[in-house]
Design a protein around this ligand. Structure first.
Ligand SMILES: Cc1cc2nc3c(=O)[nH]c(=O)nc-3n(C[C@H](O)[C@H](O)[C@H](O)COP(=O)(O)OP(=O)(O)OC[C@H]3O[C@@H](n4cnc5c(N)ncnc54)[C@H](O)[C@@H]3O)c2cc1C
Length: 527
């Protein structure tokens, strides 16, 4: 979204990505004092609907497009209620802004949110050129993170630690989260003569509205209104936030985790608002490891954005942040099996099918399928990253590439050769096999955790379950040596899967001292 401010004091154009909600407030407040008219603008940039960079998948999948269209509609409604509107255009932001400036004649400023990665920065540069050409002031804001870039306790972004825990400890000790800004009750109107424009339909991007799969873990709509309702539900109506740490590794249903990511990715909700609500909840209800852990995870999100600022285009390169030579393969058959959920490894297949059908996958699932693609199949990690870029409803360039680099062992992970054991993970987090049964119906007649290791079942057991391996369900495309340890093993009969916490008396302080390493704390069990 872009805001344009015409006139003197003027018209302001504000926009670019969908407004980060507190930026929108900041901009609109600023505009109240500095402009007679304000044009909040959202551009559907055609470049976002082309192909991914290396492997040419569609860049924006149907679930994300649907969510985006809903978010734009919601923002328009919100702005209308306050006396403004959202101007919507299809086109490159720099061209659209050029046309508006030309049409209006006197624009004072163009404001937008600053992004961190190449394609977005290129758009910013193009916008700057247009503004310079027309003698229009540029006003930029930073707002996607919990901690403001300027408040980081590192003298320069190049000094950002390469290890998350060091980053987290430093910001927690030395930086403050800025308060959110109130949205003005009444907004300056659009400049006369500016058409608000139609919100496009999916068909204009060559897509159809996707069907909602009843099994989805993310049955939500886009927009700030829905984001706030989700927070109200997760925090205040159900107190789910107070048990987040125990449930966050779940796989089925909406409530095992916050599901804030899709709204955060588009800027429909602000991490600072979530933070304020957590603090309020901690004061009024309870403060525990779970309430802290939501902030801990939001800090991962911050971290990957700052990593992108530090490393620039290196986050997209094959050798990653570590400039490490790895003999990645590009086997299209293996990749197709992975992306279509036909690897013959049920835990992987279930997750990949969920992603394709709904645009969402749990964090546990993502960690596993990424490890499987990079470590078990040895495929170019960017194939996986771009597949996620295409499909994820919560796709966020920094979080996606940061996590993929991490999983591939060429990002911000200080330890070598981390690898998930698909069978152990399946048994730990889907002990009874219910998740696999939900997404891989052709093997649903296999009872219990044995569903994770079909190839180890007797022929009689397989035929009783109606399975002909290699025919009705694939044989595994790969068998890792370490899996055999978990065959015929009784699954963990725990209500909740392990979360790496062994000592129930661990205090939040102790937990604060663990990083993502925490996920890997039982590393002897991983391989
Ligand atoms: C390979 C891979 C790719 C990923 N791609 C994305 C992506 O494109 N966009 C995205 O938002 N997240 C991504 N994640 C991180 C994480 O899986 C999702 O943020 C999370 O599953 C979203 O569900 P939730 O909102 O219920 O998360 P919750 O568990 O409720 O976490 C709360 C919030 O913390 C943040 N968060 C949690 N874990 C992470 C993490 N590992 N990295 C960064 N932020 C985190 C998210 O903003 C999330 O909404 C990826 C993880 C992996 C392993």
């Amino acid at each position: 979204m872009i805001c344009i401010a015409p006139g003197n004091p003027g018209v302001m154009i504000a926009g670019m990505v969908l407004w980060r909600s507190h930026v929108l407030r900041q901009v609109l407040r600023w505009a109240q004092n500095n402009a007679d008219y304000v044009i909040p603008l959202y551009c559907f940039d055609p470049r976002q609907y082309l192909r991914t960079y290396y492997y040419g998948f569609p860049k924006t999948g149907p679930h994300r497009l649907k969510f985006l269209l809903e978010s734009v509609k919601d923002l328009r409604q919100t702005l209308k209620k306050k006396g403004s509107n959202l101007v919507v255009r299809k086109g490159n932001p720099e061209d659209v802004v050029h046309d508006l400036i030309t049409q209006l004649g006197s624009v004072t400023a163009v404001a937008f949110h600053e992004e961190a990665t190449k394609e977005e920065l290129d758009v910013e540069k193009a916008l700057q050129r247009v503004c310079v050409q027309h003698g229009v002031k540029i006003q930029t804001f930073w707002a996607s993170t919990l901690y403001h870039r300027d408040d980081l306790p590192f003298r320069h972004i190049s000094r950002l630690p390469d290890v998350y825990t060091q980053f987290r400890k430093a910001v927690e000790a030395q930086a403050k989260v800025r308060p959110t800004v109130q949205m003005p009750d009444q907004l300056k109107p659009l400049a006369p003569g500016v058409e608000d424009g139609c919100i496009p339909v999916p068909e204009e991007f060559g897509q159809k509205d996707p069907l909602t799969d009843p099994r989805t873990a993310f049955p939500c709509c886009g927009g700030e209104t829905q984001a706030l309702m989700r927070l109200q539900h997760y925090f205040w109506d159900t107190n789910l936030v107070a048990s987040y740490k125990e449930t966050r590794n779940g796989l089925i249903g909406i409530d095992y985790s916050t599901k804030f990511a899709p709204w955060l990715a588009l800027g429909c909700i602000s991490p600072r608002y979530i933070y304020e609500q957590i603090r309020k909840y901690e004061k009024e209800r309870t403060a525990n490891q779970s309430t802290y852990w939501v902030i801990f995870e939001l800090l991962w999100r911050d971290y990957f954005r700052f990593v992108a600022l530090k490393y620039g285009t290196r986050i997209f390169l094959l050798k990653g942040l570590q400039d490490k030579e790895v003999p990645w393969k590009k086997d299209p058959k293996l990749f197709d099996a992975w992306k279509e959920g036909r690897t013959g490894v049920p835990f992987v297949d279930a997750n990949m099918r969920e992603l394709a059908a709904t645009g969402f996958m749990s964090n546990r699932g993502r960690q596993n399928v990424a490890s499987f693609l990079t470590k078990d199949l040895g495929l170019d990690w960017r194939m996986g990253a771009e597949w996620f870029e295409y499909l994820l409803v919560d796709y966020d360039v920094c979080s996606n590439y940061g996590n993929w680099l991490y999983s591939a062992g060429i990002g911000n992970d200080p330890r070598e050769n981390r690898k998930f054991n698909m069978i152990k993970q399946g048994l730990d987090y889907d002990s009874n096999g219910d998740y696999v049964r939900l997404w891989v119906p052709e093997i649903q007649c296999v009872k219990g955790g044995e569903i994770h290791t079909l190839w180890a079942l007797s022929n009689a057991a397989l035929s009783q379950a109606g399975i002909a391996l290699g025919e009705t369900y694939p044989l595994p495309v790969v068998l890792a040596r370490e899996w055999s340890r978990h065959i015929n093993q009784k699954p963990n009969k725990r209500d909740h899967p392990p979360r790496g916490r062994k000592d129930p008396s661990d205090t939040p302080r102790q937990h604060k001292d663990r990083g993502m390493d925490f996920y890997f704390s039982r590393n002897k069990d991983l391989s």
